[in-house]
Design a protein around this ligand. Structure first.
Ligand code: SAH
Length: 397
């Protein structure tokens, strides 16, 4: 039986929860010690015992669990999960109908009413990401809902339980038939080779779909492109398909070379005409500056925190410096695509980094495009932190 705990919320946070804030966070809780078993159902009340909401206890990097309902009578059971997943599927109907895009998000945690897990669609396969032991105790509810609501080839999962959100290595197959990997998916007509059972990542970050399309359709034709922190080279592929004169992909991970070759190849692009470099991006910037190399389009997509032997990077502290280094090797009139998925600052702060970076260099720029999460990565206005993606296209004037 699932345990039931009452959690008392400090009065000063009562209003926040009454207005629909979904995250149960430490500072708000009075009786923290009563939270013992992950997956327990939690009744939130204010200090005088008035009902605020119902949620569950699940420890993740963001907090202590999520509010699921603000109706005291509502049961958190099979039907509850099924209804939320069903309405999430319904609002993605146009994605299911789009033959040129066969990979997208179908359930985005708190944005679809249940924080702590997400579900992505990969051409007939479903991939569930679990962010805490607590939400994982609802695995049957989620998997059974999918079994009832959709036709699928197979279901896979990623366990990202520990509080750093790190992935636990495992066989990620859940049910149905096993996929044959690489699994080829399409995105606005671009092919991507993916693998649902190889480590934490699948080969493509679905939240950058609109950015890739914009690069391909508006910013690539005839341009020299430097893609740093390139992973499997997805941005380079989009640029090459968009007619780039040449792409250069730089990533420090050894695996990126083979993976990038693969992404070019599944799109019929000769990878030998492109440059793929396994190196620390920060070194590459120094090298390019020294050699006076310049690019028309420079893409920056660093992890929020990165540490190599020589360099330590944190988006919050070092993004401005990164922008300056990029701007120094960008042609006049050229564009920097600056991206970050760090939820610790918002778009305003990110724009401020750009402002300061160009000011310190004595250069002028304009913001040519601006992106946050795409439509399938649904978010709710009560939890703006959930909209973590920030992408700016900065044109150097
Ligand atoms: N832009 C990619 C995703 C980037 S994920 C895409 O659109 O698919 C972040 C990548 O940064 C990882 O592949 C990681 O290997 C790489 N990375 C981390 N530190 C780095 C460094 N110092 N130099 C270059 N790459 C780095």
């Amino acid at each position: 039986m699932r345990k039931d705990v009452t959690v008392r919320i400090k009065n000063k946070f009562g209003k926040k929860y009454r207005q629909g804030y979904p995250l149960i966070f430490k500072e708000a809780i009075i009786n923290l010690d009563d939270l013992k078993e992950e997956g327990s159902l939690v009744t939130l009340t204010d200090e005088s015992g008035s009902y605020l909401g119902t949620g569950y206890y699940g420890l993740q990097n963001k907090g202590f669990g999520w509010v699921l309902s603000r109706k005291e009578k509502e049961k958190i059971d099979k039907t509850f999960f099924e209804k939320k997943i069903q309405s999430a599927l319904r609002v993605r109907s146009k994605f299911f109908e789009d033959r040129a895009t066969t990979a997208f998000r179908v359930f985005n945690g708190e944005g679809d009413g249940i924080g702590g897990f997400t579900i992505d669609f990969y051409d007939g396969y479903y991939l569930i990401n679990w962010y805490s032991e607590g939400i994982y105790t609802f695995k049957n509810e989620v998997v059974n809902s999918l079994e009832k609501l959709v036709d699928f080839k197979g279901i896979y999962e990623k366990k990202r339980f520990n509080t750093e959100g790190k992935y636990i290595e495992d066989d990620d197959f859940v049910t149905g038939e096993r996929g044959e990997f690489p699994l080829l998916v399409q995105e606005n007509g671009i092919n991507f080779a993916t693998d649902l059972n190889e480590g934490a990542m699948t080969g493509v970050f679905l939240d950058q779909r609109d950015v890739r399309r914009t690069i391909r359709d508006k910013y690539a034709q005839g341009k020299t492109v430097l893609n740093t922190f390139s992973y499997t080279g997805a941005f380079s592929v989009a640029a090459a398909i968009g007619g780039a004169a040449k792409t250069t992909s730089v990533d420090v991970a050894n695996r990126s070379l083979q993976k990038t070759i693969e992404q070019f190849s599944v799109n019929g692009i000769d990878y030998e005409a492109q440059e793929i470099i396994v190196e620390d991006a920060f070194h590459y910037f120094k090298y390019a500056k020294k050699k006076e190399k310049k690019f028309d389009l420079v893409i920056l997509d660093p992890p929020s925190f990165a540490r190599t032997k020589k360099v330590k990077f944190s988006a919050a502290k070092d993004y401005k410096k990164l922008l300056k280094e990029a701007a120094e090797i960008t042609e006049k009139g050229g564009v920097i695509v600056a991206s970050t998925n760090f939820s610790g600052f918002g778009m305003g702060k990110f724009k401020q980094f750009a402002e300061e970076a160009f000011k310190e260099l004595g250069e002028k720029y304009k913001i040519a495009e601006e992106f946050s999460l795409p439509e399938d990565f649904r978010t709710v206005k009560e939890y703006p932190e959930g909209n973590y993606l920030k992408v700016l296209f900065l044109q150097k004037l």
